[in-house]
Design a binder for this molecule. Structure first.
Ligand SMILES: Nc1nc2c(ncn2[C@@H]2O[C@H](COP(=O)(O)OP(=O)(O)OP(=O)(O)O)[C@@H](O)[C@H]2O)c(=O)[nH]1
Length: 908
């Protein structure tokens, strides 16, 4: 085949040698210099490529990979055909829409080499303006598929298709043709001649979908479906498959399609506009401080990320406006409340916990751990607040400054090991020092009393026991200023001595050691001192900081010294209070007393309490009707550190509750009601009862650490045996906690207790619930389990503790009849005249006789009669005669219960 030199081709084509060499290299032709020669065919391809950027479809670059498959979800084809003929200003819009419609281009594989592919995508997807900026690139790389499309359009519109053969590069192609070619390449389609120059711009816009100047107006084009379909054909320059058969889609015949550029100014005009538009775009960019929005150059990668970004943007937008980064939530918060607080859906919250294996429903309360997990998951800083804060009247009281501070007596609590002499010491102090008061009066138990020493008062609280002390402290009611730890001189430090010291230290309350029973022969105070020294409680005379006072309740030895030491310590502590304020007191004990109603033993912490004061104490409130002192006397008012029993509260407050006086009855009532309501709601929200299945599940999940049980047995011996065995039953996770035990049938009070205790179970041994108890159990949903073999009971509890329940044969009570009278019939035996009170009594059924809730005998119904007639069964409400097999000791008031064995899955 004839060869032709690059320089010749360049000359003919009006291109520079360098430009052509570069293009030739791009096509993979073996050219190095201007005198390198290529064959004529290649020359034709090269010229076309150099000028128009188009290549024959059949052209394969040496080493080319197979062309990528571009999957277009929406084809450009859908752009209305009419757009070609559409008035200029409308066309761009069509094109724009076409571009938009083709945004869903999915690249199945993206080998790096396939630049052309990206370009195609780019052309398809970009807005005209954007594409225009890239027009030069498109010029060069626009695929040959453009040409058939052009041809098709031209043919349809009767536009001439000019074919030209490049032979040996000898054909004279005028320089004028170059721009035409360029236009061809740029526009792909130059079709419209009707309107000039506007149609050209329009056509340019359509055909290129790329290099068109910005349309002056963005008028929306109303597209009819047909219109859209037709127009789409015209600009579908990528849909190779859709090329009609009568058009030579190949480029093998070296055909080039020339635009009919009758008006040569069009090109220049177009270029000018293009240039202008670019400048404007640049200006816009500069003004916006970056690329114009929505007009950014297309990059496939960016396109995709932008698309994702689109979604993200929506999400982010939501986030930025609604996302909560820190939130204050109540300590007890339900799932849905939490979701609301952090602005998430309940589903999201549930999902997060579910993913971690935690099953919650929207009404469940979240634990601290769960809140922490959720906070982390949602990136929210969570701080908890106590909703009771706003109901915290104590805090409100404390926030008010005391203005008339005066010295107040110290409040003392005595603690120590059992039998080390606490009570004896208290009594001794009291009897010795209360002597100056009027004797003979009926003393009122107020849980505390005051003594005087050197003209100063000291208040002693006689509620010993460090648990009570700590419990009160836990409730924020620290009544004690100084603790006396008693240690028997002959016994030394014992476990509870250590505990008492630990509790006292933890409370940060100063303490004095009273070495008691000094009168005893074996008294060894030094031993006590050395033992305590080991616990870092060093006596002052041993160089430590703790006062040790040896005393004897018997002889009265050391009592004065002890009281003096207390006063000394109190002085150091500078205990003060403002008696002019309204009272604040700590409830030490409380009870319901006949004739008085709720009585609270209190010690005034601050202020003065008067008869007639409106007070609140925890969830209760009232008006002080009477103030009773420990000597039985009544007073009108009491000041700081004074112990007294008060009457007038509506309910019994809890030990450790703080009582505060307020201005009005309304104030205390509303506050108490709110607090009660809060507690009630909190209580209600907790599961107070659970089915046995639930219990088993809870144990299996490790949520239940102890199983509260109430045991009722027929005799003490059985009770002891069951109790002993149950106490031993425990595994690593759970143990049995006997909350109540007793001999006799299950009572209503047992049920009340079970109802009040979370997850409590009632176990009966040889006892059966009857009548009202049975009814109440049903009402409360409490299951009473009765056994007559201890091992069965233990086995069930064991199974429950193991969190595994095995199927068991269970009894099902079928009926109960109450014995109204008895008839003894000769040799036959005792017949019970009974009325069926529950279920159905069936002949031959298994039966037991229950007396006062206790099972007396178990056998079967040997005879069942109704009006002297044998009956197969007698229903609830009917009277009948019953005989028990081998049992005649039936009495009036007994209950005959029939039952049958049924196999049941899970049981306790
Ligand atoms: N010799 C002698 N015996 C005392 C003294 N104080 C108490 N006791 C005896 O020690 C025993 C226990 O005394 P309590 O005062 O009941 O001891 P407690 O610490 O109050 O005991 P609990 O309340 O059970 O913890 C009684 O038998 C007292 O008589 C004392 O100073 N000298």
């Amino acid at each position: 085949m004839d060869k032709v030199k690059i320089q010749e081709i360049a000359e003919e084509a009006g291109l520079s040698n360098g430009e052509l060499i570069e293009k030739a290299k791009e096509l993979g032709f073996n050219v190095k210099a201007a005198n390198s020669a290529i064959n004529v065919n290649d020359a034709g391809i090269l010229v076309d490529y150099a000028i128009s950027g188009t290549l024959p479809k059949s052209f394969k670059k040496p080493g080319d990979k197979p062309k990528l498959k571009v999957v277009k979800k929406k084809e450009v084809e859908k752009v209305p055909e009419k757009s070609v003929e559409t008035p200029a200003e409308e066309v761009p819009v069509v094109v724009e829409e076409a571009a938009v419609e083709t945004t869903e281009v999915a690249v199945e594989e993206v080998p790096a080499a396939e630049v052309a592919e990206s370009k195609e995508e780019a052309v398809a997807e970009e807005s005209p303006e954007v594409l225009e900026e890239k027009s030069s690139e498109v010029d060069k790389e626009e695929s040959v598929e453009t040409a058939p499309a052009v041809k098709e359009v031209k043919q349809r519109k009767g536009i001439s298709v000019v074919s030209k053969k490049i032979e040996s590069g000898s054909d004279k192609e005028s320089a004028e043709e170059k721009p035409k070619r360029r236009v061809l390449s740029r526009t792909g389609i130059k079709i419209v001649r009707k309107a000039k120059p506007a149609p050209v711009r329009a056509a340019t816009k359509i055909s290129m979908g790329s290099g068109a100047p910005t349309p002056p107006s963005k008028k929306k084009v109303k597209k009819g479906p047909a219109e859209a379909r037709e127009t789409g054909k015209k600009i579908d320059i990528f849909n190779h498959d859709s090329m009609s058969g009568d058009i030579d889609s190949g480029f093998g015949e070296e055909e080039v399609v020339l635009l009919d550029f009758s008006d040569k100014n069009i090109y220049e005009d177009m270029m000018r506009q293009e240039q202008k538009r670019r400048e404007e775009a640049k200006k816009r960019e500069a003004a916006n401080g970056g690329p114009a929005k929505g007009r950014q150059p297309f990059r496939p990668q960016q396109r995709r990320s932008l698309k994702r970004g689109g979604k993200r943007k929506k999400y982010t937008k939501e986030e930025s406006s609604e996302v909560v980064t820190s939130v204050e939530i109540p300590e007890n918060v339900r799932v849905y409340e939490f979701a609301e607080k952090v602005n998430r859906s309940v589903g999201e919250v549930v999902k997060v916990l579910f993913a971690l294996g935690m099953m919650v429903t929207k009404n469940d309360f979240l634990s601290k751990d769960e809140i922490e997990i959720l906070a982390e998951e949602f990136g929210v800083e969570v701080s908890t607040m106590n909703p009771l804060d706003e109901l915290d009247y104590v805090q409100a009281y404390d926030e008010v400054e005391d203005t008339h501070l005066e010295e107040r007596p110290p409040v003392i609590t005595i603690m120590g090991h059992v039998d080390h002499g606490k009570t004896s010491l208290l009594d001794r102090i009291r009897s010795a020092k209360v002597a100056d008061r009027e004797a003979g009066g009926i003393t009122q138990h107020v849980g505390a009393y005051q003594v005087e020493k050197n003209g100063k008062k000291i208040t002693f609280v006689d509620t010993p026991g460090h648990e009570a002390f700590t419990e009160m402290r836990a409730r924020g009611a620290q009544a004690t200023d100084i603790v006396i730890i008693v240690v028997a001189a002959d016994d030394g430090v014992m476990p509870q001595t250590k505990e008492a010291i630990a509790h006292t230290k933890a409370a940060g309350v100063p303490f004095i050691i009273a070495i008691t029973k000094m009168d005893k022969e074996g008294a060894n105070p030094d031993n006590v001192k050395s033992q305590l020294a080991e616990m870092d409680v060093m006596a002052t005379d041993w160089g430590g900081e703790y006062e040790f006072v040896p005393v004897s309740a018997y002889t009265g030895m050391g009592i004065d010294e002890l009281l003096e030491t207390i006063l000394l310590q109190a002085e150091v502590m500078e205990l003060k209070a403002d008696p002019t304020r309204k009272a604040k007191a700590v409830v030490v004990e409380s009870s319901l007393e006949k004739g008085f109603g709720p009585v609270a033993n209190v010690i005034i912490k601050n202020g003065t309490l008067h008869v007639g004061d409106n007070v609140i104490a925890g969830k209760t409130y009232g008006r002080i009707k009477a103030i009773k002192m420990d000597d039985g006397s009544s007073v009108k008012e009491i000041g700081p550190s004074t112990p007294a029993a008060i009457v007038g509260l509506h309910d019994v407050p809890g030990a450790g509750d703080v009582l505060v006086a307020m201005d009005t009855e309304k104030e205390v009532r509303e506050l108490a009601e709110k607090r009660a309501e809060y507690d009630r709601a909190k209580q209600l929200s907790k599961t107070t009862k659970a089915s046995l299945d639930d219990l088993s599940a809870l144990i299996a999940e490790g949520q239940l650490k102890s199983l509260p049980v109430i045991i009722k047995a027929d005799v003490q011996g059985s009770l002891e045996a069951i109790k002993g065995s149950l106490e031993k039953l425990r595994n690593e996770e759970v143990k049995v906690n006997i909350i109540h035990e007793g001999v006799g049938g299950v009572t209503e009070s047992d049920l009340t207790l079970a109802d009040a205790s979370e997850h409590a179970v009632v176990l009966g041994f040889n006892v059966r619930p009857t009548g009202a108890v049975r009814k109440k159990a049903k009402e409360l949903g409490i299951e009473i389990r009765s056994y007559n073999i201890i091992y069965d009971l233990l086995d069930d509890v064991k199974a429950l503790l193991g969190g595994m329940m095995s199927p068991v044969i269970k009894e099902e009570v079928t009926g109960q009849a109450e014995v109204r009278e008895t008839f003894v019939v000769g040799k036959v035996g005792t017949i019970a005249g009974a009325k069926v009170i529950d279920g159905v009594i069936t002949r031959n059924a298994k039966a037991r006789l229950i007396r006062d809730g206790v099972v007396v005998y178990e056998s079967t119904i040997s005879s069942l009669k109704r009006f002297n007639e044998d009956a197969r069964e007698v229903k609830n409400g009917y009277e009948c005669g019953i005989m028990l097999e081998n049992f005649n000791d039936i009495k009036e008031g007994d209950v005959i219960e029939t039952f049958k064995d049924v196999e049941e899955q899970v049981s306790l």
